[in-house]
Ligand binder design. Structure first.
Ligand SMILES: Cc1ncc(COP(=O)(O)O)c(C=O)c1O
Length: 337
């Protein structure tokens, strides 16, 4: 099977498994797992941030961040298709007792003007605006990337209005590689950043939350309360270290593969509107003879798995388990259909 449903399907390579099996470990709830500590230090130094905490999932790192930045009854500002809002089980309300003000952004990206407009005045009738959450790259935006200057403008608005700024960077390295950016620039601007190791970077499990020492101290308590304190987690953190050391630059290959597949799709009469392909995600509308479901079924006959994300749209995600040869095969199948 050629797996395009998500970049979460990657399996550890023998080299990654070897790094996992041979990792020195301890009890991470006691702060004594040397491999977890190494991962946290490596990523926090990379971003120039004071501290980091390793967690089981990106949902947990986002939800811990939101919990630490807010009080019950506060309002969180984010794009209407943000993962934190649509795909985390109502966690903002469930875990933090906050409400959300959604912004109608452009493929998952919002502007400083929209943030400014979304901020509530100080008024007893209104929920205090407390946090802005951005997503880069934006999953439902088809892997779209922010222009860094737009993030800087949003930061200005946050500073003026005393709002915290969180980044859901599940696929931040895809943006960094594609736009040739520096992790430290992100570290300077955001109050907290969540990075997933288990997507395009190819680790089987795990995400890291970055922030100030004070913030991460708070996050450690919240992680425990959420049930996310792991013991010999170094076996998993070792996969994350391997991913950081070996799998960042190669993300450019996934982006190239995504563009090659997009080009093949665009020549077909069943392809309607396609979101601009900026990184490793291709989202396109299915028209004419197929529905999203029937085209996905057709692909399956050729051992190609894709996701119909709505009745009219298909999503394909590139990652390190999709080889050049698999991309060639996919393109010839598309040409045949
Ligand atoms: C943008 C974004 N944020 C957060 C997550 C959550 O990550 P996890 O599946 O590890 O909870 C995902 C998962 O697909 C994602 O795409």
């Amino acid at each position: 099977m050629i797996e395009y449903r998500s970049d979460t399907f990657t399996k550890p390579t023998p080299e990654m498994l070897k790094a996992m099996c041979t990792a020195p470990v301890g009890d991470d709830v006691y702060g004594e797992d040397p491999t977890v500590n190494k991962l946290e230090n490596t990523i926090s130094q990379m971003f120039g941030m004071e501290a980091a905490i390793f967690c089981p999932s990106g949902t947990m790192t986002n939800q811990i961040a939101i919990k630490c930045h807010t009080q019950q009854g506060d309002e969180v500002i984010c794009d209407k298709v943000s993962h934190v809002y649509i795909y985390e089980g109502g966690g903002i309300a469930f875990n933090s007792g906050c409400q959300v003000k959604t912004v109608d952004g452009d493929r998952g990206r919002i502007t400083a003007e929209q943030v400014q407009e979304a901020i509530n005045p100080i008024d007893i009738h209104k929920a205090p605006s407390r946090l802005v959450s951005l997503e880069n790259t934006a999953n439902r935006g088809g892997g779209s990337c922010y222009d860094f200057t737009d993030i800087q403008k949003i930061k200005e608005v946050c500073l003026t209005n005393n709002l915290n700024l969180h980044l859901d960077g599940a696929r931040l390295f895809n943006a960094i590689v594609e736009k040739k950016e520096s992790p430290k620039d992100y570290g300077e601007i955001f109050d907290s950043i969540s990075i997933c190791l288990s997507k395009g970077l190819g680790a089987p499990v795990g995400s890291v939350l970055l922030g100030s020492k004070e913030f991460i101290k708070k996050a450690r308590r919240v992680r425990k309360v959420f049930g996310g304190g792991m013991r010999q987690a170094g076996f998993l953190a070792a996969a994350g270290i391997y991913a950081i050391e070996n799998n960042i630059d190669r993300l450019a290959k996934d982006h190239l593969h995504a563009k090659q597949i997009a080009d093949a799709l665009l020549k077909k009469s069943f392809t309607g509107k396609m979101m601009p392909v900026e990184t490793n995600i291709v989202i396109f509308e299915v028209i004419n003879n197929y529905t999203a479901k029937s085209l996905a079924e057709e692909f399956k006959k050729y051992e190609i798995l894709v996701t119909p994300i709505s009745p009219t749209q298909i999503r394909m995600v590139l990652h390190l388990d999709v080889t050049e040869e698999m991309v060639r095969k996919t393109i010839s199948v598309i040409e045949e259909l």
